[in-house]
Design a protein around this ligand. Structure first.
Ligand SMILES: [Zn+2]
Ligand SMILES: [Zn+2]
Length: 542
């Protein structure tokens, strides 16, 4: 859920440049919420005051661009990005009804542009999606490099390399500070190349006797290209399955990233191809329940089915939190007699982030005075901080969300440190509405999912007498409590006993009646069940 801000100038007339506007996926503990995004209220106020000069998107991954359509209307600024990322954003925006028309300024890959007081150079880097960029941000006070997501891969199959000459030239120019990716700060050595993965996928497809289905992240165009090349070499046709996959491939075709490959076959051709003449590329590697792979595992896909002896390759990493969903699918496929290959069986996936050897290389190229580790959990940031210090960074600043770091000052004796804390937080996308993470809706839903809901409606006369019988409804409670007594009877007895026992004065106050009945119902249900449900009591005066 990336959102970075660079500010220049004194506090009261500071200009801000925003970098990336991403989402994160919600854990199951937040019922009913799938997507989380950064709370931009601070930035929204600055934008209104005319202090936001632009938003730069470094690359097209959801954790960097996913909140653009929802949050851009609050910012209203020009969005700077490069051609492939722009095309992806546009094709996605057009797929969302009512999405805003966003003013993009498309910078060529490797280009440079002035945004307010910031001179921003887009430095191509290798990553697991094409057209990723680090940013060299030049100001009258000095140069800061914001790496974005990157790795070193001299043979990335599709897209740019992280050019050693360009980065060491920046080091010669003099880098004051680096703000750098920490995702793989615990992994030793250098990541394998995308070409190594291509080789392994080629061997697996060549050796497969029957159908092969490969699931990967739709945005990993290099991986799609590797799979398609292996299919072509082995006389197999490629069928793309899943809307996200089709969307990315259409953009990649336009951008000439899939030149030299025959056209892929539509999904309805799958059933007519011999089992040893097809490779399906699928969405759903993270166990997403509505994606192609989950539906195939449940034998619920309109066009695609697998048979015993077919293979599914997970050319992906399971993102923490998705393990259960992915395992469910794997088990369902195994029960169908399908052979499963994951990154535990061979090099069928490689990360897009720098391992320690690559981080060290970046520090050698740039030789920054100041390092600010970002993009990782606190543990990763701490590990990266140590590495940065060892690599010669004189000042290493560890930050949490909302911290403002002084990176450069006109006063040469001023150190790099946290100087202020800005409001920050999270927004939840709830249906089509954005709510704060402290919105009571989520807490109430969690309580309802834990202990259900009891609703009671009571009609009372103006004199405080009960009219007719109270109406009671239970949802999410078991039918019988301890001792076998039905819980609806427990509730009914509690309501009637409570009303009988209420002093006359209290009965004339509907709020007081509701409060007493609520307490009685929750107490009785707790005695009979061991849990206290939410309880809604409506008292109507007739
Ligand atoms: Zn990324
Ligand atoms: Zn990222």
């Amino acid at each position: 859920m990336n959102l970075g801000l660079y500010g220049l100038g004194p506090r009261n007339r500071r200009k801000w440049l925003a970098i990336d506007l991403g989402i994160s996926f919600a854990p199951p503990e937040i019922p009913g919420i799938d997507i989380i995004m950064p709370d931009v209220s601070f930035l929204e106020d600055e934008a209104k005051a005319g202090n936001l000069v632009g938003l730069v998107i470094t690359h097209g991954h959801e954790d960097h661009i996913g909140a653009l359509v929802d949050l851009w209307p609050r910012l209203g600024c020009t969005v700077y990005t490069t051609p492939f990322t722009h095309a992806l954003a546009e094709v996605r925006r057009l797929g969302e009804p009512g999405a805003p028309k966003i003013p993009f300024h498309v910078v060529p890959t490797g280009g440079r542009t002035q945004i307010g007081p910031f001179d921003v150079e887009f430095l191509p880097v290798a990553h697991s999606i094409p057209d990723s960029h680090a940013l060299a941000i030049r100001t009258p006070l000095g140069l800061v490099v914001h790496t974005g997501d990157w790795k070193i891969d001299p043979t990335p199959v599709v897209g740019n390399i992280t050019d050693p000459a360009r980065f060491s030239a920046l080091g010669d120019e003099g880098v004051r500070a680096i703000v750098c990716d920490s995702t793989n700060a615990f992994r030793d050595g250098i990541s394998p190349s995308e070409t190594d993965v291509q080789q392994v996928l080629g061997e697996l497809i060549a050796a497969a006797p029957n159908r092969v289905a490969v699931t990967t992240f739709a945005s990993n165009v290099a991986r799609v290209r590797s799979i398609a090349e292996a299919a072509m070499k082995n006389g197999r046709e490629v069928v793309l399955v899943g809307r996200a996959m089709e969307r990315v491939v259409s953009v990649a075709r336009e951008q000439h990233m899939l030149d030299g490959l025959p056209p892929f076959r539509p999904v309805d051709a799958y059933g007519f191809l011999p089992r040893d003449k097809v490779v399906a590329i699928l969405t759903g590697s993270q166990g997403e329940p509505r994606a192609a792979l989950a539906r195939i595992a449940d034998d619920d896909h309109p066009d695609i089915a697998l048979s015993p002896g077919d293979q599914v390759i997970f050319s992906s990493r399971t993102i923490p939190g998705n393990e259960r969903a992915v395992n469910r699918i794997i088990n369902a496929l195994v029960l169908q007699g399908v052979k499963i290959i994951t990154d535990r069986d061979g090099l069928v996936h490689v990360s897009g982030h720098p391992r320690r050897g690559e981080l060290e290389q970046m520090y050698q190229w740039l030789r920054p005075q100041v390092a600010v580790p970002v993009h990782g959990e606190p543990l990763h940031l701490a590990e990266h901080a140590e590495l940065a210090r060892r690599m010669g960074a004189r000042e290493v600043v560890r930050i949490v969300d909302g911290d403002v770091v002084r990176l450069i000052s006109a006063d040469p004796s001023a150190s790099a440190e946290v100087i202020e804390e800005l409001p920050s937080g999270r927004l939840y996308k709830d249906g089509n509405v954005l709510i704060g993470s402290d919105d009571p809706a989520v807490a109430e839903r969690r309580r309802m999912s834990f202990a259900g809901l009891v609703s009671v409606a009571i009609a009372m006369s103006g004199k405080g007498e009960v009219v007719g019988d109270p109406m009671i409804d239970l949802s999410g409670l078991p039918r019988l409590g301890l001792g076998g007594k039905p819980l609806d009877e427990v509730v009914e007895d509690a309501v009637l006993d409570c009303l009988d026992g209420l002093p006359k004065a209290r009965r004339r106050d509907p709020d007081a009646v509701a409060e007493s009945v609520t307490r009685a119902v929750r107490g009785s249900v707790n005695a009979a069940w061991g849990k206290k449900p939410l309880c809604h009591v409506l008292v109507v005066t007739v």
